[in-house]
Design a protein around this ligand. Structure first.
Ligand code: BV8
Ligand code: ZN
Length: 263
């Protein structure tokens, strides 16, 4: 993919790069996006119908089973060249703030030191009643491909049901992560939206400031979104291809191991 020269110059000159990722960055690692049709037991459900407190109250075993299946998938997945390119950027620009809507840990496994999870993670469940953290067994769940209902474990303190440590629709985002993300979006000179449909709020509002301030804004997505005509650079393609090309184009003189990472 040919990367526009002006983008290469702006990225080379970047002081503070903010990267916001969505489920599209994990698609090439084999993890379904929220747009993809669900499979197995969850085929007849839209993700946003399962990712709610109401769904958990109504059928906790169905929802817990879904998250245990996703935790298995994420644990068996590997970071792809898109994740690795973002890791390389961490060492190539003066300051990188990596913000993700994803609940998988593929950015961390790619090596990024700081990852702001706006919507929580699959690996930090809590008690739905007393909010006490719950320690998961280290084994990777061994769920059937088509999924199954799994009764959520109980809290050792209050016997409440354990729920995934994620932000469900209708729930507010974790305060610290959200305020650090807003601060970074208000200070950055380059803001990149990668693999997100930019439809879920308030995460989708983060790019608003950089757009209004005429900071450099980049979208990397094989499909269209509401941002197509609003960003400075709209790169149409899969993150696993576009990001390595972008990092290579901008930082050809990277040292060996970063080269390995992005080639
Ligand atoms: C809240 C965790 C209130 C759980 C998630 C304003 C306007 C309209 C609606 C609202 C609004 N404000 C609030 C709302 C309601 C709601 C919302 O936004 N609804 C949407 C659907 C309209 N927001 C909320 O409920 C939020 N909470 O507002 O609380 C409140 C306020 C104060 C006090 C109390 C309460 C909470 C939102 C968070 C919900 N949790 N995840 C879980 O994962 O199970 S959201 C979840 O869905 C993901 O985390 C992610 O954020 C979102 C999916 O979006 P994407 O990641 O972008 O993925 P998607 O599948 O949509 O798109 C994939 C993209 O990748 C596509 O564009 C595709 O083309 C692209 N792609 C595909 N392959 C590739 C690729 N790109 C690159 N490379 C590839 N290879
Ligand atoms: Zn409890």
């Amino acid at each position: 993919m040919k990367i526009p020269e002006p983008l290469i110059e702006r990225l080379r000159a970047a002081r503070h790069l903010v990267v916001l990722t969505g489920s599209g960055i994990s698609a090439e690692s084999g993890l379904p996006t929220f747009r993809d049709k669900q499979t197995g037991l969850w085929e007849r459900f839209k993700p946003e119908d399962l990712a709610t407190p109401h769904a958990f109250d109504k059928d906790p075993a169905l929802v817990w089973g879904w998250y245990e299946w996703r935790r298995m998938k994420a644990a068996r997945a590997l970071p792809n060249p898109g994740h690795l390119a973002i890791k390389a950027l961490e060492d190539l620009v003066p300051r990188l703030t990596l913000i993700t809507q994803n609940v998988d840990d593929l950015h961390e496994r790619a090596g990024n030191r700081v990852v702001l999870h706006l919507h929580g993670t699959l690996t930090n469940p809590i008690c739905a009643s007393c909010k006490r953290p719950f320690l998961l067994s280290p084994e990777v769940p061994n769920e059937p491909e088509g999924g199954r209902r799994v009764e959520p474990p109980r809290c050792s303190q209050c016997h409440g049901r354990i729920r995934p440590g994620v932000v469900w629709f209708g729930e507010s985002l974790p305060q610290r992560e959200w305020s650090v993300a807003q601060q970074a979006a208000s200070e950055c000179d380059v803001f990149a939206c990668i693999g997100t449909s930019s439809l879920v709020y308030p995460a989708a509002s983060l790019v608003r400031g950089p757009l209004n301030r005429r900071a450099v804004t980049i979208q990397i997505n094989p499909g269209g979104t509401d941002l197509d005509a609003r960003v400075t650079f709209d790169l149409r393609g899969p993150a696993g291809t576009v990001l390595p090309a972008l990092v290579n184009g901008a930082f050809r003189t990277v040292d060996d191991n970063s080269r390995k990472a992005v080639e």
